[in-house]
Ligand binder design. Structure first.
Ligand code: HEC
Length: 153
């Protein structure tokens, strides 16, 4: 091989290598968001379960079914599943007005919780994806937005 052939061969090799690297990076990027979300969903479920048993289970119970006419259910709750922004505000700030959950009226006070927005994301992810609920991941960016927009009720 003369020098020119060697240089051309080396150049071709480098090009091939670069384009391989490039294309595998693109396909990784395409997969990343969903697998990242899946991992985060699992993490939030684990953390959320701990927060739930510390801050919520007293009233809403371990099985999420609530307690008689006092505490509304989270399991299968139409009220929870129809508006996650509202749920984030209730979890953070509490609520005392009359509401109807699955056709039953509740009007006891739920106190606010001294937890961070990340913890709200975790516990909301937990309640929205437990006991048959399927709400998906509650990202902390959405929680920040929702909590900034909470109205006093
Ligand atoms: C002291 C008891 C108590 C605790 C502790 C409590 N809640 Fe509640 N929760 C209530 C009551 C009472 C209501 C109904 C409030 C109303 O009438 O406006 C409610 C309402 C809700 C609702 C909306 C109604 C529904 O059933 O979908 C959600 C969601 C909710 N709570 C989630 C939580 C989460 C998550 C926690 C823990 C971070 C928690 N709550 C802690 C008593 C409690």
């Amino acid at each position: 091989m003369n020098l020119l052939t060697k240089v051309v061969a080396l150049f071709a090799f480098v090009l091939l290598f670069a384009s391989c690297g490039g294309s595998s990076e693109t396909s990784q990027n395409e997969e990343k968001p969903s697998s990242r979300d899946e991992i985060r969903l699992k993490q939030y479920m684990v953390q959320g379960a701990k927060i739930y048993s510390t801050y919520c289970a007293n009233c809403h119970q371990d099985d999420g079914k609530g307690l008689a006419a006092l505490y509304p259910p989270l399991a299968g709750s139409d009220y929870l599943m129809e508006n996650f922004a509202r749920a984030a505000c209730i979890i953070k700030n509490g609520q005392a007005k009359e509401i109807v959950v699955n056709g039953v009226t509740y009007s006891q006070l739920m106190p606010g919780n001294p937890i961070t927005n990340l913890e709200v994301a975790e516990v909301l992810t937990y309640v929205a994806n437990s006991w048959g609920n399927e709400g998906g991941l509650m990202g902390v960016k959405d929680i920040d937005k929702w909590i900034d927009a909470c109205v006093e009720e």
